[in-house]
Ligand binder design. Sequence first.
Ligand code: WQD
Length: 351
Amino acid sequence: MSNTKAPQDTCVLVTGGAGFIGSHTVVCLLEQGYQVVIVDDLSNASEKVLDRIDQIVGPEAAERLSFYRADVTDREALDCIFDAEPVDAVIHFAGFKAVGESVQKPIEYYSNNIGSTLTLVDAMREHGCKSIIFSSSATVYGDPDALPLTEESPKKPATNPYGWTKWMIEEILRSLVVADPEWDVVLLRYFNPIGAHPSGLMGEDPKGIPNNLLPYVAQVAVGRRDAVHVFGDDYDTPDGTGVRDYIHVMDLAAGHVAALAWMAGKTGCEVFNLGTGTGTSVLEIIKAFSAACGRELPYVIEPRRAGDVTANWADCAKAREMLGWEAQYDIADMCRDSWNWQSHNPNGYEG
Ligand code: WQD
C-alpha cells in the first residue's frame, strides 16, 4: 500500500545516499521535513558527506537522518534496517556507474546492480513497503531517432553493461507491478547531472580520472589536469561536438522529492524524464566553465569516444504537467556551482 502521510511522518530509505545525486536528494528531503535513512557501503562515496549534509540542513533536520553502512546486496543487513526503521518508500540510487569499467567488468556490473535491486525489492516486499523510485538514465534511449526524447520514445539497445543494467532494472520493476498491483514504481530517467550544492559543501567527487565531461573540466580548471580532451568535433551538430541535456543536481534532487509527493497513495508504474529540455555542446560547456572560473580552459580535439551518441535532450512536459516540477538552473549556474565546489575542495572530500 502506498504512503499518503505528511513528510514529517514519512520515512524514506535512500540507497546510495552518500553519493553525488543521493546526497543532494537527502538534503532536499530533510529540508522538506522527511525522515531519511541512508544505506550506503561507501565503496564510491566519502563518509565526510554525512557531516556536510548535517552542516547544510542544521542540527534540527539532521536529527531526522540516520545512516547505515551496508551493501544493498546484503539481505541480512537490509532486513535489520527494515526491522529497525518504519520505511514508507525507497529511493534507489546505489549501483556501479562507470560506463567504461562496466565493459571490462560485466559480471561485477550485472551482479551488483541487478542483484542489489532484486535483494532490495524482495526485502521491501517482505516488510510491506512497495513504493520505490528508481534512478534510471537517458542511456535507455540509446541513439535517438528523433529529438527531443519523450517518455514514449523507444528504448534502444544499450551500448555497455552499465546501460543494460538500467534498461533491465526498469523492466524488472515493471514486472513487479504487473505481478502485484500494490507496487508503486517511479522510473526517473536522468539526462546529464552536473553542478553542486550552491554552498560549495557537496559536489561530485569521482575516484581516479573522471569519465564524465564536467568533473574532468572542473579538474582542468583547478589545475589537476592539463587540458580537456574533446571526444570528436565531426558530429552533425552546430559546432561538431556532442550535445547533451545537462541538468543541475539540485534540480534533479527536487525532481525526486516532487515524484515522491506525487506517487503517495498511487499504485502502478510511471516514467519521467528529468532534464532541462536544452542541448549544450562540449565546446559550449568549456566556454561556460571558462567564464565561471575566470580563465580560458585549454582543450584538445581527440577522436570520437566509442559508444557516444551525437546528441540528446529531453522533452520535460510530462514531469512539468504531472509532477509540477521544472528545472530552475541554467548552464551558467551549473558551472558556477561546480566551480565553487571544486575550487573550495580541489581534491574532493578528501582534500
Ligand atoms: C558528455 C559529452 C562526450 C568526457 C554518461 C553515461 C550516462 C550517464 C551520464 C551516469 C559527450 C564528451 C566527455 C571528456 C568529452 N550515466 N566528453 N571529453 O556520455 O552523455 O553520459 O554519463 O552515471 O549513462 O553514458 O556523459 O559526461 O561522459 O559526456 O569530450 O573527457 O562530453 O563525448 O559528448 P554521457 P559524459
